[in-house]
Each structure stands twice: as structure tokens, then as C-alpha cells.
Design a protein around this ligand. Structure first.
Ligand code: PEP
Ligand code: MN
Length: 263
């Protein structure tokens, strides 16, 4: 179902009046995690000003350590909904388990499946039964074929609104958090009709590499970017080192506009 042989034309996924996979490169941005009402509303204004089309923010966080900040849960979803109301931006947030699919789907415009859950088949099937776009991140050590098969699990349940997200894979390199596999973008776009978004933030692990990787992603044909931004990255409760500050998000979005990548 994800294959070009089944569906030769590229799929355009509509989220309110935003089209993902159309002619425009879509910028999604926001903090790794919703930390407080003030933090999210402030970031949402910055994201809107930068011309991003979708606001990201994690309410349920899949943290490597159980002692790290786990997110605000449903309270975080309420704050995201408030930010959507104030800015008009549709929201994307992650679901980490089948028990919270309904509550996440009730609030969000796009459901995110994180890298750690790419092969959580019960979760893939559960979001496949929901009538909302799903952004499926590539697993930490997943091949392109495994990633496309994960998309197939969602689509096989009836939900064809799948967006893929390349976020870097594990390699022997330690200078970056993950190695951004930019070759996956043209390959996936050749094999599949689904749109592909690139997340340079989780690949880089360091804000310094986010901008050059974002340029590369656009150059290889990504349909959009998802970028972590924080009003004060040093104080972030998660992924501060890779988060852009507001000034750098503005620079990135200006640059994308100049290359006419985004409108
Ligand atoms: C995230 O988007 O904050 C996240 C946890 O990403 P990934 O699943 O790619 O690690
Ligand atoms: Mn993050």
C-alpha cells in the first residue's frame, strides 16, 4: 500500500489547510517537550513568527532513562490545544502506547510515532484505525525496508494518511547523536508515494549541525523539516543541546524562504 506500484502519484497529506507532500517544503517546529504553559505558548508564537506551518511538542516522552522528565501527559495535550487555538497552527505530538492512543488522537492534528516505537506493531495497528495523519519516524536501527513495512502496518488497517520521518540512524560515529541518512529521502521517494520529512535535530544532537543538515535535507528532496526549538535551550528539560534558540530558528526559516523552499 505504501509502494509506488500500488499508487504511482505522490500522496499529499492534508492537515487543516496545510498540505504535506505538495509543492511546498513544510516547516514544523517546537520544543522537544511541553514543559509548562508559559514555555509552550511563548515557543508557539516564535514558531508562528518564523513561518512554520505545524507546532510540535511532546506530552508523553519516550525517555532513555526512567528518571528523566517523562512529559506532562494529558495536561501537556491541553496546553498544546490552547497553543493551537491562539496561533491557528495545527499540532503534532507523540503517542507512546496503545493505552493513550485515544486521548492523544482527541487533541492532536498529527499523531507522531517515535523511533523507539517504529516496530511496536500493536501501536501501529491502533493508529491505523484512527482517522488522523500519522508521522512515522524511522527506527534507531531500522532499514528502509523495515520502515516501509511499519508504514504498511498502519495503512493495512485503513489509515492511508502516513508521513515518513527520517531522524538519523545508529552508526559507529559518535560526533553526532545519530547519523542522518539523507540517502533514504530519494530512495523512499522512489519506492513510495508517501511524503518524507527530515528531523535534523535528533540526528545532530547538537544545534550547530541542525542548519547545514536542514539545507541538505531540502536539497535531496525532503517534503518538510521538523526542528526542535526552545526559548532557552540551556534550561530545557529534554534535548536542550540540539534545540535551536529563537534567533537561529528565524535565520533557518529566512534561509529556506530565500531558496524559495518554503512560502
Ligand atoms: C522526539 O521527536 O522528541 C523524539 C523522541 O524523537 P525520536 O523518536 O526520533 O527519537
Ligand atoms: Mn526530542
Amino acid at each position: 500500500l505504501a509502494s509506488r506500484t500500488f499508487h504511482p502519484e505522490p500522496s499529499v497529506i492534508k492537515v487543516k489547510d496545510v498540505e504535506i507532500g505538495g509543492n511546498e517544503v513544510i516547516l514544523m517546529a517546537g520544543p522537544c517537550a511541553v514543559e509548562s504553559r508559559e514555555q509552550l505558548l511563548e515557543t508557539a508564537e516564535i514558531v508562528k513568527k518564523a513561518g512554520a506551518k505545524v507546532l510540535r511538542g511532546g506530552a508523553f516522552k519516550p525517555r532513555t532513562s526512567p528518571y528523566s522528565f517523562q512529559g506532562l501527559g494529558e495536561k501537556g495535550l491541553e496546553i498544546l490545544a490552547e497553543a493551537r487555538e491562539k496561533t491557528g497552527l495545527p499540532i503534532i505530538t507523540e503517542v507512546v502506547g496503545t493505552d493513550t492512543v485515544d486521548v492523544v488522537a482527541e487533541y492532536t492534528d498529527i499523531i507522531q510515532i517515535g523511533a523507539r516505537n517504529m516496530q511496536n506493531f500493536p501501536l501501529l495497528k491502533a493508529v491505523g484505525r484512527i482517522n488522523k495523519p500519522v508521522m512515522l519516524k524511522r527506527g534507531l536501527s531500522a532499514t528502509i525496508e523495515e520502515w516501509l513495512n511499519a508504514a504498511e502496518y498502519i495503512m493495512n488497517e485503513g489509515n492511508f494518511n502516513v508521513i515518513l520521518c527520517e531522524r538519523g540512524i545508529r552508526t559507529f560515529e559518535t560526533m553526532t547523536r545519530n547519523t542522518l541518512d539523507l540517502s533514504s529521502v530519494p530512495i523512499v521517494k522512489h519506492l513510495s508515494h508517501l511524503p518524507v520529512i527530515v528531523d535534523p535535530s535528533h540526528a545532530a544532537g547538537n544545534w550547530r549541525w541542525v542548519m547545514p543538515l536542514a539545507r541538505g535535507a531540502v536539497a535531496v528532496g525532503a517534503d518538510g523539516l521538523i526542528i526542535e526549538v526552545h526559548p532557552n535551550p540551556k534550561e530545557a528539560l529534554s534535548d536542550g543541546p540540539q534545540s535551536l534558540n529563537p534567533e537561529n530558528l528565524m535565520i533557518l526559516s529566512k534561509e529556506l524562504k530565500q531558496t524559495a523552499a518554503i512560502s
